[in-house]
Design a protein around this ligand. Structure first.
Ligand SMILES: CC(C)(COP(=O)(O)OP(=O)(O)OC[C@H]1O[C@@H](n2cnc3c(N)ncnc32)[C@H](O)[C@@H]1OP(=O)(O)O)[C@@H](O)C(=O)NCCC(=O)NCCS
Length: 287
């Protein structure tokens, strides 16, 4: 295919009337990156809480770059797309250079990029991103459970009113850019197949959120407040979860974690999870 020569592009911020051209761009072109865990691109753009810029050439949409609302000075590239008639090298830097000053004004220091699409990681270094580590997937089949604690914490199904405390636990347990916002956790809760919490005197010590995934389940989030870690709370949440799914006839489960997260890897491996080789690179740009 012959690509157009280096173009003169016009960059605008996202407006609701751009939804259809963005849909067309994302659905009909090869260079597309979508890292939206809990929503589709329409819902995400409609949330009105994104940093999304569009590149136009002669009135035609040729590129889009969208980042999530910053949380604790960090954000993620969530959507990117470039028309097949253009080179990403001509479009992405124009969008990125427009967005950087906006991010700086908002106090953003770190931008994460999950290498879901190879083309995006190919261009990532030219945008100032550096490779960080692999996000690995661990899988568990029908393994026996390790022995239970003598005095496990109380575990109950979470309710909508628990989400603010869950968000506080999440943001204490994870560091930027890995924390989730209240808004994202509420959305995750809505579509989860299971969300449970470990409680002590009405205080939430830890939580898990999981979803059905093919014929098994996927543990999407597990966190314990740092003041309660190492006491078996994470293990108790995991055991309870595996038993809940077992009662529903679901025996296989997957989970993702950073390859450097030894605390979580030890816990998962103790419960019979093993890396399955489905790894994705994490990249980041420091502004
Ligand atoms: C990963 C995480 C959920 C584990 O939760 P936790 O409550 O600390 O987990 P546990 O206490 O059940 O197990 C952790 C360790 O404490 C040990 N432990 C368990 N019960 C214990 C007890 N009564 N006394 C002392 N240590 C104990 C376990 O043996 C385990 O050690 P090991 O990993 O060397 O085997 C928690 O560390 C966390 O929230 N981390 C930050 C967020 C995160 O990384 N989440 C997972 C990403 S996918």
């Amino acid at each position: 295919m012959t690509l157009a020569p280096a173009p003169t592009l016009t960059v605008t911020s996202y407006q609701r009337r751009h939804l259809q051209p963005i849909r067309d761009l994302l659905f009909h072109n090869i260079h597309v990156h979508s890292h939206l865990d809990w929503v589709d691109s329409d819902q995400w753009l409609d949330s009105g809480d994104t940093i999304t810029y569009l590149a136009w050439q002669r009135g035609r949409l040729v590129g889009v770059l969208g980042l999530s609302a910053p949380l604790n000075n960090s954000t993620w590239i969530r959507i990117a797309g470039v028309s097949d008639f253009m080179s990403p090298q001509d479009v992405l830097p124009v969008l990125w250079e427009t967005i950087i000053p906006i991010l700086k004004t908002m106090g953003v220091k770190i931008v994460g990029l999950l290498g879901i699409s190879q083309w995006m990681t190919h261009y990532a270094p030219s945008l100032g991103f550096r490779y960080g580590e692999e996000i690995i997937t661990l899988a568990r089949a029908d393994e026996p459970l390790p022995p239970a604690l003598a005095n496990p914490p109380r575990i109950r199904v979470a309710e909508l009113r628990d989400i603010s405390q869950i968000a506080a636990v999440d943001q204490a347990a994870f560091t930027p850019p890995w924390q989730m916002s209240f808004h994202d956790l509420r959305q995750a809760y809505r579509i989860a197949s299971s969300c449970t919490i470990a409680v002590e005197n009405d205080r939430i010590l830890g939580f898990q959120i999981s979803t059905f995934f093919f014929d098994g389940a996927h543990l999407a989030r597990l966190a314990v407040h740092p003041s309660s870690q190492g006491r078996g709370v994470g293990g108790a949440l995991l055991r309870d979860l595996l038993e809940r799914y077992n009662r529903r006839g679901i025996e296989s489960m997957t989970v993702n974690t950073q390859s450097s997260n030894h605390q979580s890897r030890n816990l998962y491996e103790r419960f019979g999870f093993q890396p399955n080789g489905y790894d994705l690179p994490y990249w980041s740009a420091v502004l």
